[in-house]
Ligand binder design. Structure first.
Ligand SMILES: Nc1ncnc2c1ncn2[C@@H]1O[C@H](COP(=O)(O)OP(=O)(O)OP(=O)(O)O)[C@@H](O)[C@H]1O
Ligand SMILES: O=P(O)(O)OC[C@H]1O[C@H](OP(=O)(O)OP(=O)(O)O)[C@H](O)[C@@H]1O
Ligand SMILES: [Mg+2]
Length: 283
């Protein structure tokens, strides 16, 4: 059986984060210069460095068994792949944008107009579902300037901070969807056991990155109140302290909620509240 092939972006904003994610999942490899492949040490796995937007079709065609790419690119590619994991990276939204001073109010108002985009399939489907039939102008990048160039009346492009829109005096008319980076799998992978092992390893890192471990001490009278604040991933760990009537509690807490929960724990009488990061986990 040939090695399991994992395709990751060779450049761009997802490249480093994708490689780092695999390394934290225990895959040890090093890309030589600008080579297309890298062998993983002591495992029958090859890493392939590809264009982010080619990864969905290469995964569907079986050139790679697993791939890391943007959810928006997967939908635009209109291919059949298994969506194995959302990776908590590359969050963005795909939006219909028009000039700030235009009179458009809804997607339907765009009927008969020209829309510049790198996502013609998603664009046509969304506009058709809103009763608008538009001429799409397919481009690979710098879509925002096409209205100024007179090529389009509106655009569909990715929006993260909104700074590109502001710089081009554009506003969001409607949001098509929100996306993040995903791990996808070919529907007929040969070594499903190894593929599942890799998915499980990556899942452990993704969960570990999205949670922190909170530990604190609390008097018995306040125990029920604080346990409601930190129910944990499945259940908090509670141990009796030497200090009579006091308990030590440890629980996983979503990282983005930690500060808020620490304040609530303190207000509920918890003491010695500590946050530690989780390097990896299996839950
Ligand atoms: N602000 C953003 N702009 C573009 N893509 C983003 C953004 N935020 C997250 N992404 C994700 O990254 C993917 C694009 O990665 P890709 O490597 O193709 O382009 P890039 O990083 O913009 O590099 P390039 O300069 O080649 O366009 C998108 O499909 C999306 O899933
Ligand atoms: O909302 P923002 O934070 O401004 O990000 C959105 C912009 O980023 C991406 O462009 P990119 O920088 O990838 O250049 P490109 O158009 O050449 O891909 C995307 O195509 C938007 O133009
Ligand atoms: Mg780009």
């Amino acid at each position: 059986m040939s090695n399991l092939r994992i395709g990751i972006p060779s450049k761009g904003r997802l490249a480093d984060a994708s490689a780092e994610l695999l390394k934290e999942a225990g895959l040890r490899f090093r890309r030589q210069d600008r080579s297309l492949f890298a062998k993983v040490k002591e495992m029958p796995i090859d890493i392939c460095f590809l264009r982010t937007d080619d990864i969905p079709v290469l995964c569907a065609e079986g050139a790679i068994d697993l791939g890391i790419t943007g959810g928006d690119l997967i939908i635009e590619a209109e291919v059949e792949v298994e969506h194995r994991l959302a990776l908590g990276l590359g969050g963005c939204r795909l939006a219909i944008c028009v000039p700030d001073d235009s009179s458009y109010q809804t997607a339907k108002d765009l009927n008969g107009t020209r829309i510049a985009t790198s996502f013609p399939n998603v664009t046509r489907q969304f506009l058709a579902s809103h009763g608008a039939d538009c001429h799409t102008v397919k481009l690979t990048g710098s879509v925002e300037v096409m209205i100024a160039l007179g090529v389009a009346d509106g655009i569909v492009d990715l929006v993260e901070t909104g700074s590109t829109l502001a710089a081009n005096r554009l506003r969001v008319l409607d949001t098509i969807g929100s996306y993040e980076t995903e791990l996808i799998q070919n529907k007929s992978v040969g070594d499903t056991e190894l593929a599942d092992r890799i998915v499980r390893r990556i899942e452990g890192v993704v969960i570990a990155r999205s949670y922190s471990l909170l530990e604190y001490n609390v008097a018995e009278d306040n125990l029920a109140k604080v346990e409601a604040l930190t129910p944990g991933y499945s259940s908090p760990t509670v141990n009796k302290l030497e200090r009579a009537g006091w308990f030590a509690v440890r629980a996983m807490v979503p990282r983005k909620e930690v500060i808020d929960i620490m304040e609530k724990l303190e207000a509920a009488g918890a003491e010695a509240i500590l946050e530690t990061t989780i390097q990896n986990c299996r839950l």
